[in-house]
Design a protein around this ligand. Structure first.
Ligand code: AHR
Length: 513
């Protein structure tokens, strides 16, 4: 073989991806708060094909199903160990009247889903169907009540219908409709986005309404759900301020919504695929704002609720792009790529760092809508990169967070703007093992991450990595496995555990002593 000319050799060295050197320190001797498994909750709204077709096909469908719920989708979701599902909305919740969704399905009224696409809503999925899904998935229920267009009486009666163990007419009606035992409502939301689709209210007005409605929500003493006051979004902290002062009685937490838009502009959010590196960068930059949002709201909670009774529930988050061309704009259908997987992991690492207050979050949404886990087309189904991130992070559910610091990060910069290159999180899982999650935001530069683990020896690490050649790598029905996790392992050299973290990747490993 001919020897390479020195100039060619120099160019080859320049072209080879140099590994940036980063150190992550983890202190296993100072366990922090538990990462509530409900941080990994999911949102399923009557929106587009999020429920109808995506999850529910009806018992007479040719698509294999269990009492109407499609087996393929439910099977895949079961593998994610989804802890909590929110239903029926969202904006839909404040237009939903629960009596439309009980009794024989062929007698239920057909309404118009005025918020999402103006399509017919035949109420095939109602309270009993939803709880059937919850039980099939082995998850828990977060039911969102209608404050915007309902009444305190309607809301109170729904709760009684679901939870009463008495012989009341409503409890008997539930039994007649097929459910003897009360349902377990783990969380109950009193309205949604009251600042917008839930009624365009001011926080003070909603706080009064919250207290008004909450007064009438009665359940058997051991069946009271965690009550959620519907809070603010984005930079607006007034809702947390007002609600933590005025609506704190009987409230378990205040919700918060924040969506990641590549451009940060609702009118032109950016495309889900085919984007340039500057939109990869801005998406990362936008999503990292979650940390500041949490910090500012938690500071208010710490002032108004020093006993830390209130949780801060980010019960809607995820990417929101321009809808896929040619689809119903009211259906919020978008493709899901490696970028979404990285966004999900960055948010998980942020939530873990705030585990004390962030005790529940919900990605929007579960199937076919926004940053979905699963995409379906009639009888076909595919798993998205976001699905894979959720699966890789399962060991963090109910794990004990560990103090984790990135010490000498190499920033990722585009157009004179910079964000952290490496995001890290670690926890001691319920199995006693230490898990480390690393995210490389840089789509061009791999990273060598040395781990300083205090309190435990580290001889090797094994787990999975999720990455791909293209920033917008995604699965299609023709190539459903185009992007999926690959096995990953690293061994300590001279007592030092160093992980090679590829560009634009998510790595989750268990550390072996
Ligand atoms: O997730 C889609 C919508 O986004 C929800 O219905 C609403 O709460 C939010 O504005």
């Amino acid at each position: 073989m001919k020897a390479l000319q020195p100039t060619i050799l120099a160019l080859a060295i320049l072209a080879a991806p140099a590994f940036a050197q980063v150190n992550v320190s983890i202190d296993a001797t100072k366990p922090g708060p538990v990462i509530n498994k409900n941080v990994y909750g999911q949102f399923a709204e009557h929106l587009g094909t999020g429920i109808y077709e995506g999850l529910w096909v009806g018992p007479d469908s040719k698509i294999p199903n269990t009492r109407g719920w499609r087996n393929d989708v439910v099977g895949a979701l079961k593998e994610l160990k989804v802890p909590l599902v929110r239903w029926p909305g969202g904006c839909f919740a404040d237009e939903y009247h629960w009596r439309d969704g009980i009794g024989p399905r062929n007698k239920r009224p057909v309404k118009v889903n005025t918020h999402w696409g103006g399509v017919a809503e035949d109420n095939a999925v109602g309270t009993h169907e939803f709880f059937d899904l919850v039980e099939i998935l082995g998850t828990e229920a977060y039911v969102n009540g209608n404050l915007g267009s309902g009444t305190p009486q309607e809301m109170a009666e729904w709760l009684e219908y679901m939870t009463s163990d008495t012989k009341s007419t409503l409890a008997e009606q539930r039994r007649k409709n097929g459910r003897k035992e009360p349902y377990k409502v783990a969380f109950f939301g009193i309205g949604n986005e009251a600042w917008g689709c839930g009624g365009n209210m001011k926080p003070e007005y909603y706080a009064n309404l919250y207290n008004h409605y909450a007064t009438f929500l009665k359940t058997p003493p051991n069946a009271r759900p965690k009550m959620i006051a519907s809070g603010g979004n984005d930079d607006d902290t007034r809702w947390t301020e007002v609600l933590s002062r005025e609506a704190a009685r009987g409230t378990d937490g205040i919700s918060f919504h924040f969506y990641t838009l590549p451009t940060g502009v609702w009118e032109k959010k950016g495309a889900a695929t085919g984007f340039a590196e500057n939109e990869w960068f801005s998406t990362m930059q936008q999503t990292l704002r979650m940390d500041g949002h949490i910090r500012r709201n938690v500071a208010i909670l710490d002032k108004n609720d020093p006993e830390k009774k209130l949780g801060f529930y980010v019960d809607e988050w995820g990417t929101w792009y321009d809808v896929e061309p040619g689809t119903n704009p009211g259906f919020l259908f978008q493709r899901n790529t490696l970028r979404d997987a990285v966004v999900a992991a960055l948010n998980f690492n942020i939530f873990h760092a705030h585990a004390e207050r962030v005790r529940m979050t919900m990605i929007a949404q579960m199937v076919n809508v926004l940053q979905a886990m699963i995409i379906t087309d009639k009888e076909k189904m595919l798993l998205t990169p976001t699905y894979h991130t959720y699966k890789m992070y399962i060991p963090f559910q109910d794990a004990t967070s560990l103090p984790t610091a990135v010490n000498n990060d190499v920033a990722y910069s585009v157009d004179n703007k910079s964000i952290p290159g490496i995001s890290a999180s670690s926890a001691r899982g319920k199995d006693g093992k230490i898990y480390v999650a690393l995210v490389n935001t840089n789509p061009r530069q791999p990273s060598d991450v040395s781990i300083d683990l205090k309190g435990q020896a580290a001889s090797s690490a094994t787990g999975q990595v999720l990455t791909a050649e293209a920033m917008d790598a995604h699965n299609t029905f023709d190539k459903p496995q185009a992007i999926k996790p690959a096995p990953y392992s690293a061994k300590a050299v001279n007592g030092k555990l160093t992980l090679k973290v590829p560009a634009k990747s998510v790595v989750v490993v268990a550390v072996e002593s």
